[in-house]
Write a protein that binds this ligand. Structure first.
Ligand code: GLA
Length: 719
């Protein structure tokens, strides 16, 4: 068991392979944080007692030092309880009073983990759990503080559950997870971006006095920000230095707060955003907050990323898909938009096969011809598809390709029958119904909506029997109200729970259906989605010049094996990219095509078919390998990364230079993650190099054949 409790000191220890997390029950029966970082033997921590300086803030009673709640580091920071820092818990009790000072009552340790009711949570294989029960003085509220430990991956998850133990309703105004850390010499790293540029802007700023952090109020985790963030030592880089990584397993409005307090310590609060949030909890009911997963690494940002990559592949993504080969797909959207019909789709099949595609995805356009119509009804457009989806899919399959389909279940068009019959099923305030991409958002918190969508999707899926489903979400939520007589402060969270419920129903009924989620590109790229869909469409921007930044930024928190990534003709930057460069960018993740195969010359066809074969050879690096950013991300003219098999026997090196600059030919790039004592054959020159030469001396960029905007790829194989 990786969790233990010392009855004498009242210290809890949570141990992973390389880390220790410790806290104790203090004199106020509050849970006080002791340590999180590199492993420390329990005996060494036993006698540690930090002197607490005098605080002006109120204290309950004097026991030795002054024990004011705003002085010590807390495991469950609550509002209106004498701790004036950011809080993870805020309640309005049955008497209409704010306050929630929680005291330790009991705890339990067990192997595995409990499911989290309606929320997705990381899978419990190899995990141990600690559940601590806390209560307020009047015993009207019970909070369970739950830790789950995955020792092998150095990951700990934390969340709270709040139970109403009185006979009147209470309001949950905030329910998040808090983590306090000693010291403040940290940089905060966050993933920012925008549509066409998701997570490409990796911001690193020193943690300052006061509050910092990121959030989304859009109803989705969003293009602009991401629930992931990290804290690292000022001197930490890709390979060295202490890094703490955090990610909230949630797909809706979130808020991450990072606060440096008056004593120079750091408080982190991560959870559902409290923006217009007010959850009514009836007697005996429990509110479950999403979990935050955290990791610590002394091997820099790369170490943190690899911890998360392993964790996500082993414990978040459905094990049926996580490490298995995904079909190379050809998607119709980029080349044809809405302009598709049965004849055109069937005309693509032979060419699609020729270029190595294995699955044909009919994107938007099968039930409509423009973005103003069709959502909600999802009735196949008979003028375009006279034989219907089932027959089309059969014909595609008969010719040897698998079949995939696009849907956008959470939305409705104003002209649809669904909207005409159920105007009360959309999200709006009073009667203000703004359109976004010509569409309204369905009230996914309404069980009748979920029932309708489930039935509708089942009809479509039963008819077409697709192997793959692209599940899109193409607008944010505004005027977030429900027309049902529900408590309006719950609408946004209920929306997300409804989405999860629909995913749960669909994945239970179609366990082999491969789902790729999408939200106007990568606008909902988070752990909540990854629990249900093994892959996510990373961005609508597929121009390799900018896509490289998007993918490298995303790789900070998420493994390449969950990033949908296609070779297209896009020129978002206005620059021409060679086919090789386009292949390199697309084969970073889960490879596919979005182009018109009919328009290809015989030479292009041959080239793409070679790429498909090459990807199959390289795919194991994406699915199972360790990922190292070598020169990275918006740092200048170069990008370089390395994918290494777990046994270190093979490694695939990629170098991209955007512009040719003569004097940069003497630049050196060093490999990482190889076996220093092993010898590797280098595909560039056929020579043998030792791992230690490759990692310490490195390769000279000028020795590689390269041109502007062309990628160099080198395979190292142990001999
Ligand atoms: C979104 C997606 C695209 C495509 C269109 C279809 O923008 O990101 O890939 O599916 O919707 O409308």
């Amino acid at each position: 068991m990786n969790i233990c409790f010392d009855e004498v000191t009242k210290i809890f220890y949570l141990d992973t392979r390389h880390t220790t997390y410790a806290f104790f029950v203090n004199e106020l029966f509050t849970l006080e944080h002791l340590y999180y970082g590199a492993s420390i033997p329990h005996d060494d921590l036993r006698g540690i007692c930090f002197r607490r300086p005098y605080s002006f803030a109120p204290y309950e009673r004097m026991v030795g030092d002054c024990v004011s709640p705003d002085i010590f580091l807390q495991e469950l920071p609550a509002a209106n309880a004498g701790d004036y820092r950011a809080y993870a818990l805020s309640l309005l009790d049955e008497n209409g009073k704010y306050g929630c000072r929680m005291h330790y009552v009991s705890h339990a340790v067990y192997a595995g983990r409990r499911d989290m009711a309606e929320l997705p949570c990381a899978r419990g294989e190899g995990a141990d759990s600690l559940e601590i029960v806390l209560k307020n003085k009047a015993e009207t509220v019970e909070v369970r503080l739950i830790y789950v430990v995955w020792a092998e991956e150095d990951v700990i998850a934390k969340h709270i559950e709040i139970k109403n133990c009185c006979d009147r309703e209470i309001h949950v105004l905030k329910a998040a997870a808090g983590v306090d850390l000693w010291g403040s010499d940290f940089d905060l790293i966050e993933l920012y971006g925008t549509y066409h540029c998701e997570r490409a802007d990796v911001q690193r700023t020193p943690v300052k006095r006061g509050l910092q952090g990121s959030f989304s109020n859009k109803g989705a985790s969003g293009h602009e920000s991401n629930p992931f963030f990290a804290l690292c030592a000022h001197n930490a880089d890709e390979n060295r230095g202490e890094v703490y990584g955090f990610n909230l397993m949630y797909s809706g409005n979130f808020k991450n707060e990072v606060q440096r307090d008056k004593n120079g310590n750091i408080r982190i609060v991560s959870g559902v955003s409290d923006y217009e949030f007010d959850w009514l909890l009836a007697p005996d009911e429990t509110f479950c907050a999403p979990e935050v997963v955290m990791t610590f690494s002394e091997s820099g940002l790369g170490g943190m990323s690899r911890n998360f990559h392993d964790f996500i592949r082993r414990h978040v993504i459905d094990p049926r898909f996580a490490f298995s080969s995904r079909p190379i797909l050809l998607n119709t959207w980029e080349a044809f938009g809405f302009d598709i019909d049965e004849e055109k789709i069937l005309s693509l099949v032979d060419r699609a096969k020729e270029i190595g595609a294995e699955l044909l995805v009919v994107d938007d356009g099968w039930f409509r011809s423009s973005e103003t119509e069709g959502l909600g009804d999802f009735c196949v457009c008979r003028e375009k598809f006279p034989s219907g989806l089932g027959v089309l899919a059969e014909k595609v399959r008969a010719k040897g390709l698998r079949f995939g389909l696009w849907v956008e279940p959470e939305m409705v068009s104003r002209s649809s029958n669904l909207y005409q019959t159920h105007r009360e099923w959309v999200i709006c305030s009073d009667d203000v119904k703004y359109l976004g991409r010509s569409q309204l958002v369905l009230d996914m918190g309404n069980p009748a909506v979920i029932e309708y969508l489930y039935d509708r999707l089942c009809l479509i899926l039963d008819e077409a029997r697709p192997d793959y489903l692209k599940w899109d979400m193409n607008r944010y939520i505004s005027e977030a109200g429900s027309l049902l007589p529900v408590h309006q402060g719950e609408v946004m969270h209920r929306y997300v729970l409804g989405v999860y419920r629909l995913f749960r129903l669909i994945t239970a009924r179609y366990p082999n259906l491969l789902i790729e989620t999408c939200a106007g590109g990568g606008g909902r790229f988070d752990l909540g989605m990854l629990y249900f869909s093994p892959q996510i469409w990373t961005s609508d921007n597929t121009d390799p010049f900018t896509r490289t930044d998007i993918q490298l930024g995303t790789s900070l928190a998420y493994p390449p094996s969950c990033m949908g990534s296609h070779l297209t003709r896009a020129r978002v930057t206005g620059l021409d990219a060679s086919e090789d460069f386009r292949y390199t960018a697309a084969s970073f993740g889960l490879y596919g095509y979005e182009l018109d195969p009919i328009g290809l010359s015989a030479r292009e066809c041959r080239r793409l078919s070679e790429f498909s074969r090459q990807y199959r050879k390289e795919e194991a690096f994406v699915l199972k390998g360790d990922f190292y950013r070598l020169i990275g991300h918006r740092s200048g003219n170069f990008v370089a990364y390395l994918q290494v098999t777990k046994d270190k026997s093979r490694a695939l090196f990629t170098l991209i230079q955007f512009l040719f600059v003569e004097e940069e030919r003497s630049k050196i790039v060093r490999m990482r993650g190889l076996d220093t004592r092993a010898r590797y054959r280098c595909s560039l020159d056929g020579k043998i190099y030792s791992g230690s030469v490759l990692m310490n001396l490195g390769l000279r960029i000028g020795d590689m054949e390269y041109q502007s905007g062309k990628a160099v790829r080198i395979l190292f194989e142990r001999v």
